[in-house]
Structure formats: C-alpha cells, structure tokens
Design a protein around this ligand. Structure first.
Ligand code: SF4
Ligand code: SF4
Length: 231
C-alpha cells in the first residue's frame, strides 16, 4: 500500500456518496458485524464507507471490496444511521473499467445481450436439449411430459439459469417435476430465456434494463400471469 499521505479535496463523489456520511457514520461497526463476508480479502463495509466519505473513490472502485460484497443488503438494513452501503457498493462495481470486471460477469452480460443468455447457448441447441430431455422425463416415469415452449396462455413462464442447460441439465427437472405433479400450465421461452441478470451484479444498468425488458416481453407475449426467476 502507498505510504503517500492522503490529500482530501472538495469534489463531486463519483459514488454519489453524501459528504455528510463522514459525520453521519458512527463507525459503530454494526454493518461489519452483520456482513457475511467481513474479513474476506480484508473486506470491511465500515472501512468502505469511510473510504467513500473521505473521497477515496478510485481506491474503493479498484479495490476488492465491491466484488467481495454479495450485494445482500444486510449492512444497509442494520445501519442505525441509514447509510446506503448497498447502493454505494453497486455503484462502485458499475464504475470499474469493464475490462477489469472480475470473473465472467461482464463477458456473460455481453454474451447475453448478443445471444439472449449468459453462456451463449445457440437457439437450436436449446430446443434440441428440451426435446431430448422431455423424452428422458417420459422414460423416467412422467408419461406425456414435454417442455412447452412459447405457449400462449400458459399461467407461469419460467426463466432458466443458463448454467443448468450448459452443465447441469438435470437440475431443470426439479421444476419440471413440480409442474407435472401440480398439473401446472407453464412455458419456457425459445429466445431470451436467461433468468440471471448479470447486468445487475456487474453494475451495468443499461444491460440490466435490457435483460429485464426482454424477459418481460416474453411474459407479455404469452400472456403469463406469473414470472418465475431462478435467482
Ligand atoms: S452501521 Fe452505519 S453507522 Fe455503523 S459503521 Fe456501518 S455505516 Fe457507519
Ligand atoms: S451488502 Fe455487501 S457489504 Fe453489505 S452486508 Fe451484504 S455483503 Fe456485506
């Protein structure tokens, strides 16, 4: 860590943090006490608040804190002074240069924008998998089972976490068996069926809105009453 003294100056906070936080925050540590990841990679929400209040925006944006944070919001709910820690963490994520976003979150978001799901599963492969697994379900003791795709009038539209068709397709059967047993009227979409909005986790508001819009459009198209999200 640099040993240079920290120079504070009056300036706009990139994190849209209210400068009053420096006085408002009691440094009581309630946020840190309730945070499930306090201590992971030195994570401490109280320190993050202090960094933001002192104008150390870039240091916070480029730190591990916003990415170790799970965005669960416990700190914000517990804070006796109403400091908006969750919003600050997510804003910090959004301000990280996109090519420096850790892990697959940004790449998955871009893939979803281009192909309708985070892992880029092609349209034909998706439909083939659903047909193939429908046969498996029949063989496993669910006579007449099939996955209804784009079924207009279905009561429930079910989105899918792309890691399931990609790597754990049998996990989709848990939902399917419930629908079958309940004689539910349900459907999945042939396109833009991804239910995990990585734009939300990456702090990418534009992509998040577009991903949500597509899912809602699918629900409206089939006139579904219930939209089911896996996460
Ligand atoms: S809980 Fe609120 S007041 Fe207490 S240290 Fe955290 S941010 Fe500051
Ligand atoms: S939102 Fe982040 S900082 Fe706050 S409690 Fe959850 S993991 Fe910790």
């Amino acid at each position: 860590m640099s040993q240079e003294p920290i120079k504070l100056g009056k300036r706009e906070s990139k994190l849209r943090v209210d400068p009053k936080w420096a006085d408002v925050c009691l440094t009581c540590g309630t946020c840190a006490g309730g945070c499930p990841v306090t201590g992971v990679d030195g994570m401490d929400p109280r320190k993050a608040v202090r960094m933001a209040a002192l104008g150390l925006d870039d240091e916070l944006i480029n730190s591990r804190f916003p990415w170790v944070c799970t965005l669960c919001g416990r700190c914000e709910r517990a804070c006796p002074m109403g400091v908006e820690i969750l919003a600050m963490m997510r804003t910090a994520r959004g301000l990280r240069e996109r090519d420096k976003v850790p892990g697959p979150i940004h790449k998955g978001t871009m893939m979803s924008m281009e192909r309708g799901n985070n892992l880029g599963i092609p349209y034909d492969d998706w439909l083939f998998l659903l047909a193939d697994m429908s046969k498996e379900m029949e063989d496993e003791g669910f006579p007449g089972f099939y996955v209804p795709v784009d079924k207009v009038g279905a009561r429930v539209i079910s989105t899918v976490n792309s890691k399931e068709p990609f790597g754990e397709p049998d996990d989709m059967k848990f939902w399917w068996k419930i629908y079958y047993a309940a004689h539910e009227s349900w459907t999945v979409s042939s396109e833009n069926w991804e239910g995990v909005t990585w734009g939300l986790f990456g702090g990418d508001d534009e992509s998040m809105k577009e991903q949500a819009r597509r899912v809602l459009e699918n629900a409206r198209k089939v006139k579904a009453e219930v939209l089911l999200l896996p996460e």
